[in-house]
Write a protein that binds this ligand. Structure first.
Ligand SMILES: [Ca+2]
Length: 373
């Protein structure tokens, strides 16, 4: 994991704060609220000290009310939070949809080094991956590929202080403020439950943590202690990460033994409305042909005609789109990251890792890998 040491001053502050996120006695709650000072702090001061912002104070009050945090302790914590405009820049999608390119996206994840890294992780944790496959029904290569796409097998799990990232997105990114306030709430609970130093937890600019990049709410709901040491540790334990990815996909409806997606060809105009729909599988595969969508892989799979599917349009500027038929398991991968580019990268990387592991000397294919799961 990529987690550098904190400067000593931060460690000292963190040590003081560590373990203070305990439940408040009502008296302490009232006393802290009473000494909180007057509202209407100058804008500059509020920017430097988030704890003086009205919206942060309201959040602190809510955390005290709902979860028994001590307001004064959360104020001290938020006074040391650094809101970061860079986080807003990173999370803001490009202004023009044409900036999105499937081929460019795909090239970031489908490279020989990432395929080889996946084979190495699989070989190292083969028994645990088999156990996850048995317990959750999720193939080893899908779990390995998600960890590969997320963090290059734990090598790049993010260097942002999660408290800074989540506070920035909760309070300075109105578009998704409710979601990130929920994650900030879950992060404070997570830190309290695991007795962690709140400033020591590092992650992505979006607040995702550890080898599989779980958001705090996902960690609290779906992460599992898969190595049996009594703690859930997605920052250091690959085995916990493997089990937790399986647990997450299982909980989101992974269908054991079912295929993920098939390459498709389109003709006419009736397919266009399908391509504009959400990635939620909403058309029976038996209706695809009359909409101009065909797939020899899908036909060979012999699935029941009422199997729900989605037409996935993987677009690249100035090139024809690549079309796929996404089934329920494709949709389940998008619960991890709500993007068809993401899900297809995971799926293709998974196939490439499986193929490479089965035939170590074979070259990594540049085009679509065969899809026969
Ligand atoms: Ca564990």
């Amino acid at each position: 994991m990529h987690t550098p040491f904190l400067p000593p001053s931060v460690v000292l502050v963190a040590a003081v704060l560590c373990g203070t996120l305990a439940a408040a006695a009502p008296a302490a709650d009232a006393a802290a609220r009473a000494k909180r000072g007057t509202p209407g702090a100058p804008a500059a001061a509020a920017r430097d000290d988030p704890s003086r912002r009205e919206d942060v104070r309201a959040f602190i009050d809510e955390m005290a009310r709902r979860h028994g945090f001590v307001p004064g302790e959360l104020e001290t914590l938020f006074s040391r939070v650094r809101l970061s405009p860079a986080v807003i820049d990173l999370i803001t999608p490009p202004a023009s949809p044409r900036a999105r390119s499937w081929l460019a996206y795909r090239a970031r994840f489908l490279d020989p080094a990432r395929v080889d890294g996946g084979v190495a992780l699989w070989n190292r944790f083969a028994a645990d991956l088999r156990r996850a496959e048995t317990q959750y029904g999720v193939p080893a290569e899908i779990i390995v590929a998600i960890i590969g796409v997320e963090t290059v097998y734990g090598r790049n799990s993010g260097n942002w202080r999660v408290i800074d990232a989540l506070a920035t997105l909760a309070f300075d990114y109105p578009k998704r403020a409710p979601f990130f306030r929920g994650e900030l709430e879950n992060f404070l609970l997570f830190v309290r439950e695991h007795d962690l130093d709140v400033f020591s937890v590092r992650g992505s600019y979006a607040g995702a943590i550890g080898i599989p990049q779980f958001m705090p709410s996902s960690w609290r709901r779906w992460a599992v202690d898969f190595d049996g040491d009594g703690r859930v540790d997605l920052r250091e334990s690959f085995v916990d990460a493997i089990g937790s990815v399986g647990s997450f996909l299982h909980a989101h409806g992974w269908v054991a033994g079912a295929p993920v997606a098939f390459p498709a060809t389109v003709a006419g105009d009736d397919y266009r409305e399908l391509a504009l729909r959400d990635i939620l599988p909403s058309i029976p595969i038996g209706d695809l042909a009359r909409r101009g969508v065909t797939s020899t892989g899908l036909e060979r799979a012999g699935l029941p005609p009422d199997t729900p599917a989605a037409l996935i349009d993987l677009m690249t500027p100035d090139r024809p789109s690549e079309y796929w038929i996404g089934l329920t398991n494709f949709y389940v991968i998008t619960r991890y990251n709500r993007s068809s580019f993401y899900a297809m990268s995971v799926f293709e990387l998974a196939q490439a890792i499986r193929a490479r592991r089965a035939a170590p000397a074979a070259p990594v294919q540049a085009g679509n890998t065969p899809v026969e799961r």
